[in-house]
Design a protein. Sequence first.
Length: 287
Amino acid sequence: MARLIRHDLSESDTRPGSTLRPIARYELERDGETVAGVTLGRAEVFERQPLEHTLARWSFPAGDLVTGAAVLTAGADAAPTGVPVYLDINGAVYDDADDRCAIARESGFELAIEKHRLAWTDSGQPLIESDELAFRTLVEVGRDRLVEVMAGAATSTLDRVDSLSLTRQDPRRWADSFIAHDARSADQDSWLLAESTGGKPIGVVGISADGSNATLCYVCVAPAYRGRRLGEQLVHAGYRAARRRGLGTVYAYVDAANRPMLAALERSGARVESWHKRLFVRPPHGS
């Protein structure tokens, strides 16, 4: 016999290093043994974003989609009336990620955002040397200069994660927090400001590293300069910065709807490996 049990939680139950502020955990028991569970809490759906109601720590027996759906629905139904509930599924974390996506859809969740993972591997291939752009590092120009350019470009971003965040906070504050989070001290020589030969700011590219691999964290071109394939030149500048640091592979995580950025990366030699993250949302109920 199965029964669903709710365990009320509080902020004191927050795990070290976690952004999830738990509210309740729902567990399904069979014959006295816990076989599935999910936690409802408030958490950063994506980094640098305000807290939202979200479901996390979702577990269920492999292949048992019915049980997975039962705990997922229980957790979602416990959210306050009139608020959306988010579910973030990372394709690199779960072997059964496709099953989880199917359960989410069957349980009333809608796919809101999908991010692809692309990889570029340094095999010594030639990189574009731009005669239109000059590059200076974050160390050389200072953080405020990059914040200014990023904030100006962000208002027309095609990245839906950033766009969602920018509906809730000032662009300069958003850009400043982005740099603070991703441009660590070891990375500041591979965060670059692109300028025209006349000194006008064109864009920003940022490479951060963890171990021997790197992430292309950010690329933007100022709105007035778009449509000239300058994004590809910024990407190559990022690759050169990664090469100088001895970083063999550069990963990028790009919104599937951001076709210009995907095209620029593919022209640069990066290849889509898989979908990386899918953010699902169940619309507000009972409102």
